[in-house]
Design a protein around this ligand. Sequence first.
Ligand code: SF4
Length: 703
Amino acid sequence: RGDSKVADKTVDSVCPYCGVGCQLTYHIKDDEILFVEGRDGPSNQNRLCVKGRFGFDYPRHPSRLTVPLVRREGVPKGLDPAFDPAKPLSHFREANWDEALDLAAKGLVELKDAHGPDALAGFGSAKCSNEEAWLFQKLVRTGFGSNHVDHCTRLCHASSVAALMECIGSGAVTASFMQALEADVVILTGCNPTVNHPVAATFFKQAAKRGTRLIVIDPRGQALGAYAHKALRFTPGSDVSLFNAMLNVIVTEELYDQTYIDAHTEGFEALKEHVRDLTPEAMAESCGVSAEEIRAVAREYANADKAMIFWGMGISQHVHGTDNARCLISLALACGQTGRPGTGLHPLRGQNNVQGASDAGLIPMVMPDYQPVSDAQVRSAFEELWNTKLDDKPGLTVVEIMEAINAGTIKGMYIQGENPAMSDPDLDHARAALAKLEHLVVQDLFVTETAQFADVILPASAWPEKDGTVTNTNRQVQMGRQAMPLPGEAKPDWWIIQEIAKRFGLPWNYRHPREVFAEMTHGMPSLDHISWERLEREDSVTYPCPADDAPGADVVFSDAFPTASGRAKFSPTLPLPPDEPIDGDYPTVLTTGRQLEHWHTGSMTRRARVLDDLEPEAVASLAPSELRRLGLEPGDPVSITTRRGQITLRTRADSLMPEGMVFVPFCYAEAAANILTNPALDPYGKIPEFKYAACRLTRAEAR
Ligand code: SF4
């Protein structure tokens, strides 16, 4: 804090990492961030976690891209084994902006002219602002001419959104996580907030201390278990069985809320019939949880006056991810646990702007605000807004786009701020697809693993270098402000997207993100009564918002759901096994995820000095008993092999891990976890099964 004496200015903004959306203040001296403090935002009340507090120096990392790069003639595409960000890049040469933009757009335009709109696709980014997401999807839809636009929501909560849209007509949370402070019972399942939503976790702890009964349901243990009233550790992949057994208890013991069901739902009689045989006794063995424990948790949730369910990617990243979410929604609807303070359904959103990027239309089957591209009325409204014709076919999703590249139908891509060469499942396959592209434009801060496959690399803006809005997990639209200048010749993302659009012949002339936001308010009813000027004044406004001078709704759907009938729908599910069950050859369950100190593919946090010093190396977390069984000590190297590949890394003893399971974070390029993961998709959300792959562990040679 002594540094505050030398700061010459402060700038209020928002954390660039997770979906909690903590408001913060940058303390600046000579255009450099000295330190960061939390502000009294609605989702953080002055708190920050280690990433928000210490992960601010990545924009000035020596490997930051500051000039456009163009691939040298004849250099083959692929990961450069000798790649060293500290050395001059052998595969690329520097170019000026005009040359780079002309080359970037020309390659895409030529492919479109030769093969049609379906030959192109784009990945936008949940790390960018709402305005940048809006422009990116608009470019793909109106310039490329297709709906092949997606982003990392496909890899995190696409299945949750699919279930929520189907059952309650809205993909966002029904109540903020602050409502946990009002709840009598909170179920946390398939999430690990202390690691992934750390400031939200502090509110769960606060709620527990005030008397809220936390029930943690997860195969792995976690730090919040110390605050939990109950913890159910079930067999990985048996979620649907467990939740159906809870529904069975609620039905057979008549713990449901008939008044709520009659007033607000449809399909309950079918659900009752469906779960009749899915008793706790019938499900106990496959779940690895006793029937009595299942009954106790079901009763506790159903009998609570106010209860909430929070979930994360342990629910969504399965081939039955949508079914998992359908079950959780059924639990809430059966017990009347939505629409009141202290009740609700809350998928904890991952990236800082995955909610906003999804709202703004970075999704292939829907226009902004989840309006189907197949709906003629929806298309007609956007055609009028954008003065163009739109494709009526839903586009391809992230993994489907990779498959289409391999099949030769997609030939060119524009990737803004995403890193599929690290984040996609079955990386060898995904990287082979990227290498096959005839033209790839990557817009990013660094030469990421994906950028190494590019024909043209465009140097973009880091979050503290731009003005823009983001939307957090609580539906709070928040204002981010530029705190420091762009380095070298790097440019704002919105400017780069516009320059590409102009080269597609689009008459764009935005001069600032506020003009983009103004356009968004004409296509997104969710932004009614939210303006750039209001956000500048108030910093954060929750949607939906009923009036220019009213606060937004923290809890929604008190009277009706946004469905055709105004009612929510029960969607019965049947237990499905994981796509790749363990067997004699691959006897251990591999699960992947994030670490507290690192963010997603590590492109930012591994270049943040404090964070990378705290966690500098990939580790495989195993139960101490599992290590003993394998004859390994903590720190010993281990090879992990799946049907798709092998990585080698050190072991870490973690008493919260169950036996028979290994956890690997996916942010380390040198031991990329996604070389191992299974690309099998949930059929509804099209999300891969990152949370379950069969693997084999073997002692490795010391490196
Ligand atoms: Fe940033 Fe999330 Fe940490 Fe808050 S909890 S400081 S938003 S990473």
